[in-house]
Ligand binder design. Structure first.
Ligand code: PMP
Length: 392
């Protein structure tokens, strides 16, 4: 699929794990619409301008819910992002004395609130993933059953390895032990088929701007009826002001205090409508590119690829380390000399890098996605070959 927008600095964008770019057709127009035609404050006034905006938000919520297999739109709230959503779930649910079991690959959006909760008296038990970055369901089961566990928290897919976690199994394990399963879906939404009605997650959060291809500043949080965290923020919801001194408990209003990000939500509605038609095509396209990149890197001198082995399931993230050249140096040269945007470092996931043994130097991450082509991958492989020749 060809990129529709170009920037003078970046010819080849390979940081889709951080955010997707360019956005698919219709997204920019929908965002602009949220600032022009559907720009009143939704859910507040009863004049037509406001009602039209409310209806547009309702349509976006319905389209996102349909795409993710959420039967009741009340269970889906719009959030500023996955970070905010995971903070809401963790901080709104867990109290001192609770026990939570987490996977060692978690991003800081989960690890930091867990660390904060641990300091307040929540018992946080971390289960190490294997060298592919995948947590073993049997190990999780043993740890969950070893105490009174309130929740299991796990990423759906890894932002360092692209590895896919056994979420349905973890759901069964959590539920058999009276616990909830809370899932960070930031790297899964759009890249994997997600049916939240069947997945087994009691909470599932996702950024809108990564695989869902929407704008930054918006994300989604699904909460099954089994999961009712306290709200993190209270404030205006557009109704109930006379009778409710506290935040109303009705969903999704409980979790959406304040004026919503209308342009972002409408942009996300448009990107999800695009994905509803094209997701499968995009996934196969990305899988071909991932294989081409993974195979090509294995042919180069000194590189290893983190995470699942060649051909094993993964979302379109390929992180690499070289045995003599630092990830920083490679990323810098790729950008300045070849116009390739890729991210070096710890990717906000020190737990994951510690698990993989790469916490000291980090890795170079290629996040493939919408707009990338086999030629892009060929250019990157040639560039890496040249750099290895020069820098070693
Ligand atoms: N979890 C994972 C696995 C991620 O990759 C990211 C984004 N890097 C987040 C959470 C946080 O998402 P956001 O920055 O959109 O809030």
């Amino acid at each position: 699929m060809a990129a529709t927008v170009d920037s003078p600095e970046t010819r080849i964008y390979l940081d889709h794990g951080a955010t997707s770019w360019p956005k698919p057709p219709g997204v920019i127009e929908a965002v602009a619409n949220g600032l022009t035609v559907l720009a009143a404050n939704p859910g507040r006034g009863a004049y037509r301008f406001a009602l039209d905006t409310s209806r547009a938000i309702h349509s976006a919520r319905r389209d996102v819910a349909t795409f993710l297999g959420v039967a009741d739109t009340h269970d889906l709230s719009f959030q500023p992002g996955c970070t905010q959503a995971m903070n809401l779930v963790l901080l709104g649910l867990l109290v001192p004395g609770d026990r939570v079991v987490a996977c060692s690959m978690e991003h800081n959006a989960v690890a930091r609130p867990l660390n904060a909760l641990a300091a307040r008296g929540v018992e946080v038990v971390v289960v190490d993933a294997d060298e592919a970055g995948v947590v073993d369901a049997d190990e999780v089961e043993a740890v969950v059953a070893a105490g009174r566990t309130r929740a299991v928290v796990c990423q759906h897919a890894g932002n360092v390895t692209g590895a896919i976690q056994p979420i349905p199994d973890l759901g069964d394990i959590a539920h058999a032990n009276g616990a909830l399963l809370l899932v960070d879906g930031a790297q899964a939404g759009g890249h994997l088929p997600v049916d939240l009605g069947r997945l087994g997650a009691d909470a599932w959060a996702c950024s809108g701007h990564k695989g869902l291809l929407g704008p930054q500043g918006v994300g989604v949080l699904y909460l099954a009826p089994t999961c009712e965290p306290a709200e993190l923020v209270s404030g205006g919801t557009g109704g109930g002001s006379s009778e409710d001194p506290l935040q109303p408990l009705a969903r999704p209003e409980r979790y959406e205090a304040g004026t919503p990000n209308t342009p972002g939500i409408l942009g996300l509605g448009a990107s999800v409508r695009f994905l509803s038609e094209h997701a499968e095509e995009l996934r196969s396209h990305e899988a071909v590119l991932v294989r081409q990149l993974h195979e090509g890197i294995l042919d180069l001198d000194g590189f290893s690829v983190l995470g699942p082995s060649l051909g094993a399931p993964r979302v379109p993230i390929v992180s690499v380390v070289h045995d003599r050249i630092s990830a920083d140096r490679l990323a810098f040269a790729l950008d300045r000399r070849y116009g390739v945007a890729a991210r070096a470092g710890l990717h906000c996931a020190p737990w994951a890098h510690r698990t993989l043994g790469t916490v000291d130097a980090g890795a170079l991450r290629f996040g493939l996605g919408y707009g990338n082509t086999p030629d892009d991958v060929g250019t990157v492989l040639n560039a890496l070959r040249e750099l290895v020749g020069e820098l070693t």
